[in-house]
Design a protein around this ligand. Structure first.
Ligand code: PMP
Length: 289
């Protein structure tokens, strides 16, 4: 599936136009689901935190038992070459992917040095803040000892997909999911923040959800702006009683929530401030370059 109309793929050592096949029918990763990936963005001529996204895909590969075929810096260079080759002003989604070609003698586990790398670049507009309804999902996150939560891996996403599918069927855009202890973890595709009495609060990383690159960037930017940000154990009631809720993730950066369950959240001031700080930061990376 291509999500955009512009698409380029790096595989087998070169760039190709379009959505070209990358997995072999007999690839270990096709069969047993070892594929890890990361998602970065380019828009307005900037690619904020591309280095961190490439470092994370290399770490995700290691968590999956794979030796990334290239170093993070080399992957970033390749991605930038692909963006240049496309020569478009469109906002792009930049996705490096690593998976196993071969399994070990036991077959279940991958051969580390059989890892393959592909990169896909597609156009994907940045979502602008607007109406956004959030609910609480009946589906939970696995514990760190029951899934490879440290890896950004494709195999996690069927669970996230049912979170968002179930939420959409009830008229919501996305849903908070809880960890096995009943603490709020994240949504199907973003990290979550709330604002209560002027303090920004977000779930403290506990190994059950992705400690997002955008999340960490936004925490640092808000703190530098003089806002108090607490990483804490949060319960559904904290979100139910929040003055504001906003979500962070690479795809859309910062999105204020305008409805939580049946409660309209009129205030989006802090969320919009966080978004503006993020966009300033992103645009400064070009001026510094
Ligand atoms: N949680 C999940 C499940 C995600 O898919 C994403 C998007 N990558 C995030 C959180 C946000 O992470 P990041 O800011 O690193 O994109």
């Amino acid at each position: 599936m291509a999500i955009g109309t512009i698409c380029a793929t790096w595989t087998d050592g070169r760039w190709h136009d379009g959505n070209v096949p990358i997995l072999g029918a007999a690839d270990h990763g096709t069969w047993l689901g070892t594929l890890v990936f990361d998602g970065a963005r380019t828009f307005d001529g900037v690619t904020p935190d591309l280095d961190l996204h490439c470092e994370r895909v290399v770490r995700s590969a290691a968590t999956m038992g794979l030796d990334a075929p290239l170093e993070a810096g080399e992957i970033a260079e390749l991605i930038l070459s692909g963006v240049k080759r496309l020569g478009t002003d469109a906002a792009l989604y930049l996705r490096p992917m690593i998976w196993s070609r071969e399994g070990s003698v036991a077959m279940i586990d991958p051969l580390p040095d059989s890892a393959a790398l592909a990169i896909c670049i597609e156009d994907l507009p940045l979502r602008e803040p607007g109406e956004f309804a959030l609910t609480l999902s009946p589906f939970r996150r696995p514990t760190a000892d029951s899934a490879l939560n440290d890896a950004k891996a494709a195999c996690h996403y069927p669970n996230n997909a049912r979170v968002v599918r179930e939420a959409r069927a009830r008229g919501f855009n996305n849903a908070l999911s809880l960890d096995q202890a009943g603490h709020v973890a994240e949504t199907a595709s973003t990290n979550a923040f709330l604002v209560k009495d002027g303090v920004v609060r977000t779930p403290v990383p506990n190994g059950t959800f992705l400690n997002g690159i955008t999340r960490q960037r936004v925490i640092a930017l808000l703190r530098a702006d003089g806002v108090e940000v607490e990483e804490a154990v949060l319960l559904p009631v904290d979100f139910a009683e929040a003055d504001e809720i906003f979500l962070t993730g690479n795809a859309s950066k910062v999105i204020p929530v305008t409805r939580y369950e049946d409660r309209v959240l009129p205030a989006t001031r802090t969320g919009l401030r966080a978004r503006a700080l993020y966009m300033d930061y992103a645009h400064q990376t070009r001026r510094a370059a």
